[in-house]
Design a protein around this ligand. Sequence first.
Ligand code: HEC
Length: 142
Amino acid sequence: MKNILIGACLAAFAAHAFAADPISQRKEVFKQYKPVVGAMGKMVKGDTPYNKEEFAKLAGKLDELSQQPWQYFTPGSDAGKTDAKPEIWSKPADWQKAVDNHKAATAKLKQAAQTGDLAAIKKQFADTSQTCKACHQSFRKD
Ligand code: HEC
């Protein structure tokens, strides 16, 4: 019984330690970006057939994800197992702009996805991907 209790405490502690680590949390969100953007990219390129409903679902998911990573770039989380550049904290206005550009682009992509207009979707998907790249160039170590 005692061992079970100790085990439960350790598990709770481990879960807490993980949840309290903002670096792991933001990486976790970015990892979820990957399959979503990947599946959309395939449809946009024609590698998989374009499906309006499926694409709209992915665009909605991306829009949700685009709200999430930024809260985990907390003060002091610039050191350790992270590729985040110190400029995130030393140039907060530029960082905020990169975040806002990205959120605006994903919101537009979500709207375009509702229309089923593939040409407009392609353009907006390219614009959205560009906001990922632009931010990585300025704020992520390669
Ligand atoms: C406003 C800036 C910004 C935008 C926009 C952005 N990222 Fe990132 N991304 C980062 C930073 C900073 C890191 C490094 C995080 C760390 O290591 O702490 C990162 C890390 C990642 C990672 C690696 C996660 C890991 O496991 O280490 C992936 C994958 C990723 N981003 C994908 C994307 C995709 C796809 C998009 C666009 C749909 C995107 N990102 C948009 C800033 C951004």
